[in-house]
Design a protein. Structure first.
Length: 208
């Protein structure tokens, strides 16, 4: 098995690649060669992932998002779609981070990161796995809160407006909504923004 295949589908940085090819005078030239041969995909400056045809493994956009800019976790529409809670395809990989908001576009797509506070960040995160790869993702409750809190000009004052938003605007799975863990929502209420909307989310679930 060649060295690149042994890396698998986990993103690799410049320093590891340099250690893998100690006999090459210019590691930059070697990396460019691997890219041109389609064996290595550049995610951003200094970060790469081995192409699937070389590693024999399916790439995980979620795992790549965790590595591309962190600390971060996958959230908002990306997490809701992953859980099957909204029907629309999501073409940007959305994440939350304690760092400044950023966006990256590479051969694999667009990765968007929204800033949140340290206290809010730690609420409602769990480890998910796909094809043997593990990554951090928001729980459904946290992903919904992240989406609502970070959607500009979204002002849902009444429970009826919230229900319309869920059922018609994002076509949320309402059976799953009414089974949501209000304890996670209460923590989001404590440390997050748009408190009146999150409060009404909790009330709407409790009424069911």
């Amino acid at each position: 098995m060649n060295a690149l295949a042994e890396i698998g589908a986990v993103p690799v940085d410049f320093s590891l690649l340099k250690a893998m090819y100690p006999n090459h005078k210019s590691i930059h030239n070697k990396i460019s060669e691997l890219e041109n041969e389609g064996k290595l995909i550049r995610l951003k400056k200094g970060l790469y992932v081995v192409a699937p045809q070389e590693s024999g493994m399916v790439l995980s956009s979620e795992l790549i998002a965790n590595h591309l800019y962190g600390p971060s976790y996958v959230s908002k529409e990306s997490a809701l779609r992953y859980y099957g809670l909204i029907p629309e395809q999501v073409y940007t990989l959305y994440s939350m981070t304690t760092k400044h908001a950023r966006s990256f576009t590479n051969a694999l797509g667009t990765f968007d990161y929204t800033h949140c506070s340290n206290d809010y960040f730690t609420i409602g995160i769990r480890q998910e796995s796909k094809e043997g790869l593990f990554f951090l993702m928001a729980t459904p409750e946290k992903a919904l809160c992240d989406l609502i809190i970070n959607t500009p000009n979204l002002n849902l004052r009444y429970q009826k407006e919230i229900r319309t938003y869920l059922e018609e605007d994002i076509r949320f799975d309402m059976q799953a909504f009414f089974k949501m863990d209000v304890e996670i929502l209460k923590q989001c209420l404590l440390y997050g923004k748009k408190k009146p909307i999150i409060t009404n989310l909790i009330h709407l679930i409790r009424k069911s």
